[in-house]
Design a protein around this ligand. Structure first.
Ligand SMILES: NC(=O)c1ccc[n+]([C@@H]2O[C@H](COP(=O)([O-])OP(=O)(O)OC[C@H]3O[C@@H](n4cnc5c(N)ncnc54)[C@H](O)[C@@H]3O)[C@@H](O)[C@H]2O)c1
Length: 258
């Protein structure tokens, strides 16, 4: 039942070999899924080259630029899926962004533009991608996003991204309620802290990881591949009764009170 052979899966958010999306893509591929990968385009084409080299062994049948702030990119991504695949089964939303200056210091000093930017890229993009995916998920489907404990508790320096994650988790519930009748399931994984490009912008991330290693029941944090395993489960028929949920993949840290 974990077999994803014949399933079309779009994975967003791969930037490098530390990306959580890379861990997810590898495990979806291992389960047999047919992959499509998007990357964030830049003027010099550096990201395209880097991500193309990384994902080549997984043989994605679609490889597309997609900046979620650009409506044309979104339209052409889903047009390409419609043309090449005809339908979509799995959507992985694994991206976020906030200005570095908004990820340390006093939350009350967050600028209007920084607040809007973080919520546009990190939260609204899920709503938007899900809206494009819905008509293509003709046989039902699974949408998965990545969140963090900072969306439900106050974590030092996480600041505006905590607000973005709270909105993201709420969006998961509203999308799940809307799309359930079409057998589209929408869930989130709340991952423990992992060193990545995005997390390195959060002030004191190494201290956060060290703290988790001391306190979490498993006395360690998690790997990208462990998140990928849970993602593969949530996107498979084994999870057919699960929607609207946030699954903690954090070595148990979330249960601890001290
Ligand atoms: N690393 C952690 O500790 C951790 C913990 C819990 C949740 N998460 C979440 O996991 C997700 C993936 O982050 P990661 O830690 O793997 O870091 P990452 O830097 O590898 O991934 C972030 C991705 O977001 C993409 N991105 C940024 N702006 C974009 C835009 N405008 N359009 C399209 N893509 C854009 C980047 O290109 C990158 O691929 C994020 O939602 C993050 O909040 C991370």
């Amino acid at each position: 039942m974990l077999d994803l052979t014949g399933k079309n899966a779009l994975v967003t958010g791969i930037a490098n070999n530390r990306s959580i999306a890379w861990g997810i893509a590898q495990q979806l591929n291992a389960a047999g899924a047919n992959l499509g990968v998007t990357y964030l385009p830049d003027e010099k084409g550096k990201m395209e080259k880097k991500v193309a080299e990384l994902v080549e062994p997984l043989n994605p049948s679609l490889f597309l630029p997609c900046n979620v702030q650009n409506d044309e990119d979104l339209k052409s991504t889903f047009n390409a899926i419609s043309d090449k695949w005809g339908s979509l089964d799995i959507l992985i939303h694994c991206l976020a962004f906030a200005n570095k200056e908004d990820l340390s210091g006093d939350f009350s000093q967050t600028s209007r533009s920084g607040f809007n930017l973080a919520l546009e890229i990190s939260t609204y993009s899920l709503v938007q991608l899900a809206g494009y995916a819905k008509p293509l998920m003709t046989q039902g489907g699974s949408i998965l996003t990545l969140t963090y404990l900072g969306g439900v508790r106050a974590i030092p320096n996480y600041n505006v991204m905590g607000v973005a994650k709270a909105g993201l988790e709420t969006s998961v519930r509203y999308l799940a309620a809307e799309m359930g009748p079409q057998n589209i399931r929408v869930n989130a994984i709340s991952a423990g802290p992992i060193r990545t490009l995005a997390s390195s912008a959060v002030g004191g991330i190494l201290d956060m990881i060290h703290h988790v290693e001391q306190v979490a029941p498993l006395r360690r944090t998690v790997t990208q591949l462990e998140v990928g395993n849970a993602a593969t489960f949530l996107c498979s028929d084994l999870a057919s009764g699960i929607t609207g949920q946030v699954l903690y993949v954090d070595a148990g840290y979330e249960i601890m009170g001290m």
